[in-house]
Design a protein around this ligand. Structure first.
Ligand code: HSE
Length: 436
């Protein structure tokens, strides 16, 4: 059979890695796909730039629209990121009857509800394994491997940059900015690194995971999103003293009132495997009613780990080129007409346990006032530590772990504690999950 012709948009970290993997493993890949796969054209903003891949035999162009309109090309691989030009390119590619493979989580999370129906109408595939958790095949797991289950919840470390920063701060006491700069140099961070540290990248990925886990439309705007910029090394030390680690998690959980979608730093017991996922690695813990808990671990970012997922998608597309479009795995795991508008829970209604850190005056009755505020709202304390003053200041850091309570009640309690004359500054809250 003739080779399948592929056009790659973007020859940066992931694009370069993809070309390298396709070349290096060409033989094995062709044996798996049933056809040779040739990258015939690639676009890059700056054609003179030095690259991590060889471009021998590839026609280089600076206008990506030359790829999506090229009649020779069957599969367009979009690796430029962002959600504006990428959206136009992908729509144009679909309109021209091309299959699309993308690593673009923002594109899928924000425009998937528009892109997938169009692709189905045109009978083409849009594959996005690389959009979530880099090289971990978590999309395939949820769409295919666990399709006999009702997914009850999932929780994932789904931003490598954030996990790298938290790990380096904890293990080496390094500063936030310094570690972020290293993550950028290593090619882990987004073009706009605030997407990593403010949780937006993780929220894009959680949007996708939740949609295929629960059969709901993509709803990025409903994800509660909090980043890692408020985490201090003291928090990490106190958490460890209490037997916990702080991880930045994306959590999706189905309960009687709807689906929780939340991204925030989380204390988790250090004995959990996922608590020990360090550096730029990602991990996703999925709880299915039949299988129980399952954990998927691996590189969440970087050239070849992400290329691994991109190439797997290309192989999947090639394998199904001749199949009836109606018999393919649905884009969002559930048949398009079976997606449900399950309500998404407001963060105020979410129930979880909490770690609280505050600074209180070293006077009789201060702790009693604080614990009374909590008790009045039915909030039970699991552990409390009062530390020595950090310097010659009279105030003491106080750390508390609470039992589970509704977020709304905890916010009211925090407001009341912050209003005490004996408490200075704000109360720092980190949510806690046992993930049992
Ligand atoms: N910036 C992302 C991360 C890249 O750090 O996880 C992979 O999506």
């Amino acid at each position: 059979m003739n080779p399948v012709k592929v056009g790659v948009i973007g020859l940066g970290t992931v694009g370069g890695g993809t070309v390298n993997v396709l070349k290096r493993n060409a033989n094995e890949i062709a044996r798996r796909a049933g056809r040779e796969i040739h990258v015939v054209k690639a676009s890059a903003r700056d054609l003179s730039r030095e690259r991590i891949c060889t471009t021998e035999g590839i026609e280089l162009v600076s206008d990506p629209f030359e790829i999506v309109t090229d009649p020779e090309i069957s599969i367009v691989v979009e690796l430029i990121g962002g959600d504006s030009i990428a959206r136009d390119l992908v729509i144009k590619a679909i309109e021209n009857g091309k299959h699309v493979v993308t690593a673009n989580k923002a594109l899928i999370a924000l425009h998937g509800n528009e892109i997938f129906p169009l692709a189905s109408q045109k009978g083409v595939m849009v594959a996005f394994e690389a959009a979530v958790a880099g090289g971990i095949p978590i999309i395939k797991v949820l769409r295919e491997g666990l399709s006999g289950n009702q997914v009850e919840w999932l929780a994932g470390i789904i931003n490598g940059t954030g996990n790298f920063i938290l790990t380096e701060m904890r293990d080496k006491g390094r500063g936030f900015a310094d570690v972020l700069a290293e993550a950028q140099a290593l090619g882990y961070a987004e073009a706009d690194p605030t997407f990593d540290i403010e949780g937006i990248d993780a929220a894009h990925k959680l949007t996708i995971l939740a949609s295929i886990a629960f059969g709901i439309p993509l709803q990025f705007e409903k994800v509660y999103t909090e980043g890692i910029t408020g985490i201090t090394s003291e928090d990490m030390i106190y958490a460890e003293e209490l037997g916990y680690r702080i991880k930045h998690l994306g959590i999706a959980r189905k309960n009687h009132s709807g689906i929780q979608l939340r991204v925030h730093p989380t204390l988790i017991p250090e004995r959990r495997l996922i608590a020990n996922v360090d550096g730029a690695k990602n991990a996703v813990l999925v709880y299915g009613d039949a299988v129980g808990p399952t954990l998927y671990y691996g590189a969440g970012a970087g050239a070849e780990p992400t290329a691994s997922a991109v190439v797997a998608d290309i192989v999947d597309v090639v394998r199904t080129l001749t199949s009836d479009p109606g018999n393919r795995v649905p884009h969002l795991a559930f048949q398009p007409d079976a997606l449900q508008e399950t309500p998404i829970c407001a963060m105020d209604d979410v129930e979880t346990a909490y770690y609280l850190r505050l600074t209180a005056a070293d006077k009789p009755g201060v702790l009693a006032d604080i614990t009374r505020i909590l008790a009045d709202r039915g909030i039970s304390i699991e552990a409390l530590i009062q530390k020595e003053p950090l310097s010659d200041k009279p105030d003491l850091p106080v750390i508390m772990l609470t039992h589970r309570v509704q977020e709304r009640k905890m916010s009211q309690a925090i407001e009341a504690i912050e209003a005490l004359d004996t408490v200075s500054g704000s109360v720092h809250r980190i949510r806690m999950e046992t993930l049992g």
